[in-house]
Design a protein around this ligand. Structure first.
Ligand code: SAM
Length: 281
């Protein structure tokens, strides 16, 4: 076995729901090759390579790749605009924002994800000698368990305002686990904290275009488990003042075509929610 292949085996590429992170990194790596790109993510390719490519997920990427790119830029802007001293990337996956964004001095970025995903990512980034642009703290944990204690032990201070990101997570969690996550995010949020999230409604989950994707995810043990009809009300019930950005408006603001998967002319009332919120209570 060559050195390269041996390294891949030792790095144990993510499997199950953690493998969905490779899918998103692959979309970001594709964007990185564009001349007029919406963000810079030079490490995305490195991480996909280390995972041994994402070719088995090409179907999902074809369907949703442009959405992943637009949502990445949307959340980049949300996080930088909120300019909080601490940032928590929930289910960070292979997100490299701690390395590629221009954070205000003194920012600490916490990355939470499953231990096996974090271990793989740390190995791959270590090989690249990647240098974060903030103080970066990884917190291996299962978000269905007591992640809040793990985060506090890692140095997080609930008395300081926080910018939370929940990108590409909630649909993989059963409703009770989603509630658990949002409950603790809210409990740990000082007034003025911000939150940005992605979720989908039931009509989106049930789209005929999504059937093959759902089947692929199911076979990976990464099936979707939940949806929300009114994210503004959901967040409001947890003490957040929220608003949503329509993916059509997002695409227009970046002079990009509307991805077919978010185009109301093709998907009707099916929605991918992109929400942002401020802690008012
Ligand atoms: N937020 C990242 C992004 O957009 O690039 C990753 C999104 S990826 C679609 C879903 C991520 O959720 C994976 O990294 C997976 O490991 C993580 N995840 C799913 N269930 C989890 C759980 N119970 N605890 C921690 N992480 C979880």
């Amino acid at each position: 076995m060559g050195d390269h292949n041996l390294k891949r085996v030792l790095q144990r590429p993510p499997v199950g729901v953690a493998r969905t992170a490779v899918l998103i990194a692959a979309a970001r790596a594709t964007e990185q090759r564009q001349l007029h790109r919406l963000f810079d993510d030079p490490l995305a390719e490195v991480l996909v390579e280390a995972a041994g490519s994402a070719n088995d997920l090409t179907g999902v990427r074809t369907l949703a790749g442009e959405h992943f790119v637009l949502r990445t830029r949307y959340f980049d802007d949300q996080l930088l605009t909120s300019a909080q001293p601490q940032v928590v990337l929930m289910a960070a996956g292979l997100d490299t924002r701690a390395f590629r964004l221009n954070w205000p001095p003194g920012t600490t970025v916490y990355e939470l994800d499953l231990p096996e995903l974090i271990e793989f990512k740390e190995d791959a980034l270590h090989d690249e000698r990647a240098k974060p642009t903030c103080e970066r703290v990884v917190v291996p944990c299962d978000l269905r368990d007591d992640w809040a204690t793990a985060l506090i032990h890692a140095g997080f201070d609930p008395k300081r305002p926080t910018a939370w990101l929940l990108e590409g997570l909630f649909m993989f969690l059963p409703p009770d686990d989603g509630e658990w996550v949002l409950h603790w995010v809210s409990a740990l949020s000082a007034r003025g904290s911000t939150l940005a999230l992605e979720h989908v409604n039931r009509a989106f989950r049930e789209l005929p275009q999504m059937r093959a994707v759902q089947q692929r995810f199911d076979t990976m043990d990464a099936g979707w488990r939940s949806d929300v009809e009114d994210p503004v009300a959901w967040l409001g019930g947890h003490g957040w003042q929220a608003g949503v950005t329509h993916p059509v408006d997002l695409a227009a603001s970046h002079e990009r075509p509307v991805p077919a998967i978010t185009d109301p002319r093709k998907v009707g009332d099916a929605r991918i929610w992109l929400a942002s919120a401020v802690r008012t209570a």
